[in-house]
Ligand binder design. Sequence first.
Ligand SMILES: [Zn+2]
Ligand SMILES: [Zn+2]
Length: 341
Amino acid sequence: MPPDAPAVTALRRIAFLLELAQEPTYRVRAFRRAADLVSAITADELDRRIREGSLQQLPGIGAVTALAITEAQRGEAPIYLRRLESTEGRAVADDAAVLRGALRGDCHTHSDWSDGGSSILEMAEAARSLGHEYVALTDHSPRLTVARGLSAERLGQQLEDVERLNAGLAPFRILTGIEVDINEDGSLDQEDGLLDSLDIVVASVHSFLRMPREQMTERMITAVANPRTDVLGHCTGRIVAGRGRPESEFDADAVFEACRRFDVAVEINSRPERLDPPKRLLRLAVEAGCRFAIDTDAHAPGQLGWQIRGCERAAACGVAADSVINTLSATNLTTRQRSAH
Ligand SMILES: [Zn+2]
Ligand SMILES: [Zn+2]
């Protein structure tokens, strides 16, 4: 079955929209698995099974996916897909829409090399389909073992992979990168030479989040002052969903002043459970004269569409488009980061 068969396209689009709507992973996975399955059988077998009504005998195809496949192969838009499409086009504030329109890429995403759910190629193709010119691949660093952080050796392999993929994706570009852990002492959890070779370095605190205020401030400033850091990821570490997690305590004036001074972009993290930094801090960063990166921190293709949430928050807090680094072209962005390294 060619990978662009109507049923395959429809099933992948459904999965994408479910992720965008934050539906549980198992539901999304059912559609992605069905798409893989359909692409693995011949066009003849698919036609025969649709005629005989025997699609559901295939493992992993249920009533809902079978109906969507049948409708798509008939040349109709599946009802399931139409329902999802109709809720997607919700109105957003004009400023946020303008800001979103100015974004050319995403500076913080994960693949299945660390704790993401999809391949690098699938993430890149989804980013391209959103109109992006580039996506930075920023998998985790070694110490974050729960997220299968990449050793120096694996990161080296990933860089080779990205180079190969980029040859086929041009003019679209996967920017090389990392979400590097900020160690307890403010140092970065990866070899300097490797960090130097990357297009984008997002530095984030993932451990010892409850450290005393003075120490946390010093830790973050040390990381921001590191010439290899380009973006300060989800600065408070708060989680606003479920049982949640409170913000880390630090001197925000001092940290944002360091970001301005060392030209490190403050990330506006679009993940619905993070929404980090909170608006009061985001306004503070705007007043401090910081630059920003409006990122999704996507761990799956559909999550790449969450960027509009970050744009809404940015617009509400007065972030100007020309202070957002991912409104730059890939070339301008990487030359800018390079000269800083
Ligand atoms: Zn993170
Ligand atoms: Zn991340």
